[in-house]
Design a protein around this ligand. Sequence first.
Ligand SMILES: C[S@@+](CC[C@H](N)C(=O)[O-])C[C@H]1O[C@@H](n2cnc3c(N)ncnc32)[C@H](O)[C@@H]1O
Length: 241
Amino acid sequence: MEESFPMTGGDGPHSYTKNSSLQKAAAASAKSMLTSGILENLVVEHSSKMFAIADLGCSTGPNTFIAMDNIIEAVTQKCKIKGYCSLPEFQVYFNDHVSNDFNILFANLPSDRKYFAFGVPGSFHGGLFPKASLNIIYSAFALHWLSRAPQELGDVNSPACNKGRIYYSNAPHEVGQAYSLQYAKDMESFLAARAEELAPGGLMIILMPGRPNGTLPSQNSLGPFIKPLESCLTEIKTLNN
Ligand SMILES: C[S@@+](CC[C@H](N)C(=O)[O-])C[C@H]1O[C@@H](n2cnc3c(N)ncnc32)[C@H](O)[C@@H]1O
């Protein structure tokens, strides 16, 4: 069973809409790579009348709107460089889990957008679109989410039991391995679905957190946030028991 934990909806002080500047800044720093990736690798034909872009794990905005504008700007630039006299019509498919707050996403769609907008509810670990229908598949800060927590983590008889922790840093090797195995399975189903959906000459653009080869799990960039959260949650649990 797939587990879903969407971002906080609405536009209140604790909403994702008001608390996603970290992701926004990281995407901004990758903008030049996104543009050059599109200029150098995307195939866009003179005869293309429609151009479909999907944002997988789009959440509630506003970052997805900025990303879609950046992609359309780069594709437009590419068409101009190629000397095409007309642009294709752009379609943007916003995907997230069914429980995502799509209402706030649609309510905040930019009025000056240069695309037709669609919502696509469902998990990106399965198929979401017709075969060869997407020219660009984009996903930012979403693909590191697992479809579910590995079962062994909660099994006190397993060497991969992750008792007293909410993450794998400083955990026994088996815990990291359980997460890795789940991630490999999830990536396999993600890539199998996208291989069907991407049109010939299309491009997939993925932004996600990671850590350099050879560094320890505890050295990942989120470590400093997770450790204090872990100890708060453990303390609350102890107080409740
Ligand atoms: C941190 S938000 C990133 C939102 C946006 N892409 C951005 O850059 O600001 C991660 C989003 O991925 C979504 N997500 C996680 N797993 C997913 C899945 N299997 N299918 C669809 N969306 C998923 C979550 O619901 C959440 O909205």
